[in-house]
Design a protein around this ligand. Structure first.
Ligand SMILES: [Zn+2]
Length: 322
């Protein structure tokens, strides 16, 4: 159910001076981009309206300010229960652009746009990338993928490159630090558009061996999507996707404690590690807010997805895992 488009305007009109300053200084966004993308304020968080392929307002991403509790999730979806979207559909109408940079998060996209670079991102993080988005991007001659400088980012960029054969992978320089992203590159390191174009020039396609391996793997697992009964699908996901691997993308300070893993819960404002993962049993339980379940439940909560959508994104994850 699309939201009333006036809601984006309403929040945009409520943008506070503090939030505006944060977007300019901490996020490196231009005033023009803040206006064009209708960034706003809902009284607690920054609102980023996400539009679907047909230009309808689908949902909002809500970002916290830098001085908010570091334990509250950086980014949440509102309202919950929406599907993942490509944030960048407006670039994929006719005529198709010659180049798009696919990046890992909404703010990375917006800082690129602030430097005049057309960019897009999936709203469901590095772990999943929307199939429809990938199909639309197939028609763009030059696709560059620039994800965070960490393991999840590398794996995510490779998954995009498997879906989009012409994609070339842009590597952020070591100086962004472990886990550094495009925002670090421009804002913290003060790099220029020229510096980013240099990275783009050095971008390389996914090595053929790696692509073949990923495609073979996808073919081997392609039975997953064709089973009618829900239970085998659920079983296949639980077998193929380790709980800890998925959770580690969302949980801060995940630490081993015996056979369990413990970390800050991303589903509530957690001040002591309340989330416990039981990797052997493939389940999690937050002893703070009571959220619990298996890997599918985790993705539903973390990405605001309904059950069938969570199944789909996890199956894609399995199929495209290199
Ligand atoms: Zn919790």
């Amino acid at each position: 159910m699309p939201l009333a488009p006036s809601l984006a305007n309403h929040y945009a009109s409520q943008l506070t001076p503090d939030a505006f300053e944060y977007l300019v200084n901490d996020r490196g966004l231009s005033v023009e981009v803040i206006r064009r993308f209708q960034l706003g304020w809902n009284g607690r968080r920054i609102t980023i309206p996400i539009f679907d392929r047909r230009g309808r307002l689908a949902f909002f991403k809500l970002a916290r300010l830098a001085n908010d509790s570091p334990n509250s999730p950086k980014m949440v979806c509102w309202p919950t229960g929406n599907r993942a979207e490509l944030y960048g559909w407006e670039h994929l109408g006719q005529p198709k652009p010659g180049r798009i940079v696919v990046c890992e998060g909404e703010f990375d996209r917006l800082v690129l746009e602030s430097h005049g670079i057309r960019a897009a991102t999936g709203t469901a993080g590095a772990g999943v990338f929307l199939k429809e988005g990938a199909e639309a991007l197939l028609e763009v001659p030059h696709i560059f993928v620039c994800y965070d400088r960490d393991e999840a980012g590398r794996a995510g960029a490779e998954r995009v490159a498997v879906l989009i054969p012409q994609a070339r992978i842009v590597e952020l320089p070591e100086e962004v630090g472990p886990g550094g992203d495009i925002t670090d590159f421009f804002v913290r390191l003060g790099k220029s558009i020229r510096d980013f174009e240099d990275l783009i020039e050095k971008a390389r396609p996914l090595p053929e061996g790696q692509r073949k391996k990923a495609q073979l793997e996808a073919a081997r697992r392609s039975g997953l999507g064709h089973l009618d009964h829900p239970d085998p699908r659920v079983r296949a996901i639980r077998e193929n996707i380790p709980m800890a691997k998925v959770a580690s993308q969302y949980v801060q300070g995940l630490m081993k404690s015996g056979s369990r893993l413990v970390g800050l819960c991303p589903f509530h404002d957690d001040h002591r590690p309340s989330l416990v993962l039981y990797p052997d049993e493939g389940r999690f339980h937050c002893y703070g807010c009571g959220t619990r379940g298996d890997v599918i439940q985790f993705v539903m909560e973390a990405e605001c997805l309904r059950f069938p959508q969570a199944l789909r994104v996890l199956e894609e994850y399995v199929q495209h895992r290199a």
